[in-house]
Design a binder for this molecule. Structure first.
Ligand code: 13P
Ligand code: SF4
Length: 353
């Protein structure tokens, strides 16, 4: 069992958090839970979804109001694997994906006959930005004997050159399977998830050097201090977090897995190391339990992401309404790219089935 860290000539992933994005993110945090005209927007969105034969699919990290309207209109809220599956299962001609770009691209690849829209085309992901296709291609060429496994948080182009695509809810099982078959792995882009998988499965993995700007900020010391105040709290951690944070977890896994753990574990309080919009679902399932954000910046310092994805935060009720009224911000991928990227995605869906 060994690990080779492939260090790209890249700055820390926090370079993607520029000042303008942080300001808009803080603005979106302020707007959350203070809808000036929630009822009007809910009515407008509902009417236009019906009129335009459209459904919404949303991630647990988007504004709770978006999660609420998604469910009220018969859409679906889930983790990234469940979102991918929902797209091809629903009957609507049009789908609005509230999350980030890779989720909408995945929906398009798996359901090319549908029109896929997003509330904003700006909503991306630091892992996607940190893994440009030409650089990954160069690394792939350097290791022709390795199976290229990429995280779903990547562009369609990156998926198109990969052998496997995985989400955090199925990554361990797929890597375990490949390892049992004697395969050596080239993993991209999340180094923390990669090293967690390597530790769990014993697989021989070379890791790309990139991280999620939100999960990378969670601090083990901060969690220890918070646990001192709440010694009876359980700790829930998404595996995009650093290993010292993962080591403190009572449950590690995808967003769906963490929600399930918050229901099933006996704790009455939880410290949660993932995007805080997930508290909406956790509290819905367990209204009697308390949820605390895992600390990010350390004692006395200010946080950058503040446990909320800046790109997920760009989705709002307002731009969702504009999107369903005008059917704008369509995801457009060429047929060849769809055909190539569909292969590893189909393998993941079949493996899951
Ligand atoms: P899940 O697949 O667990 O929903 O996670 C997606 C993601 O982007 C986490 O940061
Ligand atoms: Fe990407 Fe992190 Fe945002 Fe998830 S939380 S979409 S991994 S930047």
């Amino acid at each position: 069992m060994f690990l080779i860290q492939f260090a790209l000539n890249m700055e820390a992933s926090s370079k993607f958090l520029n000042t303008e994005l942080i300001d808009r993110h803080k603005d979106s945090l302020n707007k959350t839970n203070s809808p000036a005209n929630k009822e009007d927007l809910f009515a407008s969105i509902t009417n236009n979804l019906i009129k335009n034969n459209t459904s919404i699919v949303s991630h647990y990290y988007v504004d709770p109001l978006i999660q609420e309207i998604t469910e009220k209109t018969g859409g679906f809220v889930g983790d990234s694997l469940e979102m991918a599956k929902f797209g091809s299962q629903c009957d609507s001609k049009n789908l609005v994906v509230c999350g980030v770009k890779f989720m909408a691209e995945t929906a398009k690849i798996l359901s090319p006959e549908k029109n896929i829209f997003v509330p904003t085309l700006e909503s991306t992901c630091s892992l996607d930005l940190g893994c440009p296709a030409p650089e990954l291609k160069a690394l792939k060429d350097k290791y022709p004997d390795r199976v290229l496994v990429v995280y779903a948080n990547t562009s369609a182009e990156v998926k198109s050159m990969s052998d496997w695509v995985v989400t955090s809810s199925i990554a361990k099982e797929i890597i375990e399977d490949l390892h049992l078959e004697g395969k050596k792995i080239l993993w991209a882009p999340d180094k923390y998830l990669g090293s967690y998988l390597q530790k769990e499965t014993g697989a021989d993995m070379i890791l790309w050097d990139s991280a999620c700007v939100v999960h990378e900020e969670f601090k083990a010391d901060g969690i220890r201090n918070l646990k001192a105040l709440h010694p009876d709290a359980g700790v829930l951690v998404h595996p995009e977090s650093p290993s010292e944070v993962i080591d403190m977890a009572d449950a590690v896994g995808s967003t769906s897995h963490l929600i399930k753990a918050s229901q099933e574990l006996q704790f009455k309080k939880f410290i949660v190391a993932t995007d805080k919009s997930i508290f909406y679902k956790m509290s819905q399932f367990s209204p009697d339990k308390e949820f605390y954000e895992a600390p990010t910046g350390g004692v006395g310092s200010s946080c950058k992401s503040c446990a909320h994805c800046p790109w997920m935060g760009l989705n709002s009720l307002q731009n969702l309404d504009e999107c369903v009224v005008e059917l704008k911000n369509e995801i457009d991928l060429n047929d060849n790219l769809i055909e190539l990227a569909k292969k590893p995605l189909d393998k993941m869906i079949q493996f899951n089935a």
